[in-house]
Design a protein around this ligand. Structure first.
Ligand SMILES: Cc1ncc(COP(=O)(O)O)c(C=O)c1O
Length: 406
């Protein structure tokens, strides 16, 4: 029986993460306090050569507090690309500002010309998202922001370790935020961090971090159970056991959720924002030494997909040198292809099938007006993301390609 290939489902979780999580579950005194948060912050300061790195419970919290640290608030407008995640929009709304949606260009990043058109006297900040790891058109965007005196936050949730003109993504704006979510480049199941060169912004972020509560203990347990459920669930999915185990973990709330239902409605959940726990920081920290090698593998996989898919009639894909967290392709009969691939044992990715994802997010509450970002709306109808995780073998990539091309 063929083993399943997953695009999501914590793709870079290994047995090492499982044993680490299991060990941490047995040492509750290390859940909330310990050296791991400081270690991660120091690692980021060194990797990016910046003086300030401040960790939070998630990327969404890092983004919200980055906006606050830049004094973005009530009455301000923030430029953000359509084709994003609802938690990005929530962060803008939680500080009292209004998201103004900018359309994307063919590489799924913010269209600088549309950005320029959407600037008003209320615009204060631009969030530049490096979607799937594809670097945004920084030269043009930075120019526009500079001319209009806008603050810049780089959203590097998908792009840790990526480059633009030989310089690390995350070092171009006033602040950059990263995510250690379960499907991200480096995973602590949940976690996030902001970096900045600016001493005032760094000090503000640190003081916000200091006054946040520690993470709820049950939430830490749920997140520590995640690698165990997902590693075992993935390995036995083809036997039906894994699917049942994952269903049970969800039904009995024995594993975390990436996104909670109130967040899709634009609301907060009671447990967050919080500080990053020592336990989840430990999981993420253990993966950091592999970052550059994993990104190289992801690039190799993406290159292989591009080489084998570029000339296919029904598929739009482009090759490039980015650290693709997922490799996006556009395909005209998307729903049939996803179904068919599933019957081949391949679960393709569905980031972003709506302009504000996931698909059941409340677009009204997210203040998206239909028709304002036509390209993003069109791409959402046909986007699929292919897995690029570092543990895929050539035969796995061939299986993915074959399932698309029948
Ligand atoms: C583009 C983007 N930015 C920010 C975030 C927030 O990251 P986190 O899940 O760590 O809160 C996400 C989450 O998936 C995302 O996709």
């Amino acid at each position: 029986m063929l083993k399943y290939i997953f695009t999501g489902f914590s793709p870079n979780t290994t047995f090492h993460d499982v044993s680490l999580a299991f060990g941490l579950l047995l040492r509750p005194w290390q859940w909330r306090t310990g050296p791991a948060v400081k270690r991660i912050e120091t690692w980021f300061c060194e990797y990016f050569s910046v003086p300030h790195a401040i960790a939070f419970d998630s990327g969404r919290t890092a983004l919200e507090y980055s906006l606050r640290a830049l004094n973005v608030g009530k009455g301000d407008e923030v430029l953000v690309q359509a084709f994003t995640c609802v938690v990005v929009i929530n962060a803008i709304r939680f500080v009292g500002a209004t998201p103004v949606y900018v359309d994307i260009q063919s590489d799924y990043t913010m269209n600088p010309h549309d950005a320029e058109k959407k600037i008003t006297e209320k615009t204060r900040c631009m969030i530049i998202q490096h979607t799937f790891g594809q670097s945004a058109d920084l030269e043009l965007l930075l120019n526009i922001a500079k001319n209009k005196s806008l603050s810049i936050i780089e959203d590097c949730a998908h792009a840790l370790g990526g480059m633009y003109h030989n310089k690390l993504l995350g070092t171009f704006g006033d602040v950059a935020m990263f995510s250690f979510g379960s499907d991200k480049v480096i995973s602590g199941v949940r976690g996030g961090l902001a970096i900045t060169q600016n001493n005032d912004v760094g000090a503000a972020l640190r003081s916000y971090q200091n006054i946040l509560p520690k993470t709820n203990r049950w939430k830490i347990v749920q997140h520590l159970l995640h690698p165990i459920w997902f590693y075992c669930g993935r390995a036995t999915y083809h036997l039906g056991i894994g699917k049942f185990a994952l269903f049970l973990s969800k039904f009995f709330a024995l594993a975390n959720r990436i996104l909670y239902p109130p967040e899709k409605e634009g609301d907060r959940v009671p447990w967050y924002p919080s500080q990053l726990s020592n336990a989840l920081a430990s999981l993420a920290f253990e993966q950091l030494p592999y970052l550059d090698d994993w990104n190289k593998e992801r690039m190799n996989h993406a290159r292989y997909y591009a080489e084998n898919l570029l000339d296919k009639k029904n598929i739009i894909a482009f090759g490039s040198e980015n650290t693709w967290l997922r490799f996006p392709v556009e395909i005209f009969e998307r729903d049939q292809v996803m179904k068919r691939s599933k019957s081949f044992g391949i679960i393709l990715g569905d980031w972003y099938t709506t302009v504000v994802a996931p698909a059941d997010s409340n677009l009204k509450k997210a203040l998206y007006e239909s028709g304002t970002c036509p390209r993003a709306e069109m791409v959402c109808q046909r986007i699929i993301n292919l897995p690029t995780d570092p543990y895929l073998r050539k035969e796995d990539l061939d299986r993915v390609i074959a399932s698309l091309c029948i």
